[in-house]
Design a protein around this ligand. Structure first.
Ligand code: SAM
Length: 350
């Protein structure tokens, strides 16, 4: 049986088979068709819009690829106050968002108690809360869950252990995997993901990333091309390509039919209308930025980030129009993935 047919029918491939798909363009047409068919069948036409609030660019980590890294002293730093965060979430609710994604560098700018109050106040607005704030202790994750946080995004970035070690000084791959397991155990709808096009990353290691996502049965997977950033150790690296990131994303959709997959901002940065192309090849989520003013540009993970001069209401209107133009609908649900809904149903039933 052809590899793409096998992926479509069995939802399982070996490392070698995934590597073969990634190493040639021979399978591309069939892969993209299979990804879109899978999306249509399992997660339908709805696109979940989630408001991404980049509330602090302060980071204590030194990841080699990231513009927010502590050692980048060319970046003006900011941290919004708890009241400002809740205020922007309130505004986002008026534009129609049902989920707020709170993302920041990994820092200690907020006490656990203060951050719990932020979560409680946003939940009181009838909004779901997704956190993307890095590695924390089990107690801290539990406190945020008890305060009402619904979901957590923590990309593994790469499952290639030597590469992970080289790119993340003073961090540990094992610790990151443990964080993901804790998040799942605590009942978060858990998302992970990876960067595509890191220096020394191979097709085999990307294949291992995909198998890692399946083995851990995540609810959401975000795939983004690596984009080299100034003032980082990888500023002169080649960077990932839109086409390869799209292929990896499409493979993830075929192999994990019921999860949520965002059309990432990094994809739009590399290709005009990249998010729409992603939606047509397996994605079912978009996370427009709801950060305001100068902070949009200061959350500079990489150069060329799109929409930094726009307002949140403009972005919401712009992306909604594009989504409707490809005959898709804006979801009116709270944005849970089918995977998570099924998981809850099974737990209740058995
Ligand atoms: N600190 C949190 C964490 O570690 O999960 C969340 C913030 S972090 C800046 C969000 C994501 O940005 C990372 O998971 C990484 O994949 C992505 N990112 C960072 N630098 C990037 C770059 N140069 N190109 C593309 N994506 C990048």
């Amino acid at each position: 049986m052809d590899i793409i047919q096998k992926a479509f029918l069995r939802r399982a491939l070996s490392v070698e088979e995934i590597e073969a798909v990634l190493s040639t363009d021979r399978y591309d047409e069939a892969l993209f068709k299979a990804a879109d068919l899978t999306r249509q069948r399992y997660v339908k036409r709805d696109v979940h819009l989630k408001g991404l609030l980049e509330f602090s660019n302060v980071c204590l980590r030194t990841c080699h690829y990231c513009g927010l890294r502590r050692e980048n002293d060319g970046l003006k730093r900011y941290s919004l106050s708890p009241d400002e965060i809740v205020g922007l979430a309130k505004k986002a609710a008026t534009y129609g968002y049902r989920t707020i994604v709170l993302q920041s560098g990994e820092n200690r700018e907020y006490s656990v108690g203060d951050f719990c109050k932020v979560i409680e106040n946003i939940r009181a607005l009838n909004l779901s809360v997704t956190l993307s704030i890095g590695e924390k202790s089990e107690n801290e994750y539990r406190a945020y869950k008890e305060a009402g946080a619904n979901r957590y995004l923590l990309r593994i970035e790469t499952t290639d252990k030597p590469l992970y070690k080289a790119l993340h000084p003073s961090m540990s791959y094992e610790r990151r995997v443990k964080c993901l397991k804790i998040l799942k155990k605590l009942g978060y709808e858990t998302g992970s993901g990876s960067l595509v096009g890191l220096p020394h990353q191979t097709a085999a290691s990307i294949a291992e990333d995909i198998l890692f996502f399946q083995e851990n049965d995540f609810d959401m997977i975000g795939i983004g091309p690596f984009i080299p950033c100034e003032n980082t150790p990888l500023s002169a690296a080649q960077g990932g390509s839109f086409d390869m990131a799209l292929k990896v994303m499409a493979l993830v959709r075929v192999l994990m039919p019921t999860i949520n997959i965002p059309a990432t901002t990094a994809m739009e940065t590399l290709r005009p209308n990249g998010r729409i192309l992603a939606l047509q090849n397996g994605a079912n989520v978009v996370m427009p930025v709801i950060t305001e003013g100068e902070y949009r540009a200061l959350y500079r993970l990489y150069p060329g980030k799109v929409c930094v001069g726009d307002t949140p209401s403009h972005c919401r209107g712009c992306i909604s129009g594009k989504i409707r133009s490809i005959n898709r609908d804006i979801s009116v649900t709270n944005g849970d993935s089918e995977r998570f809904i099924i998981r809850k149903e099974i737990r209740r039933a058995v």
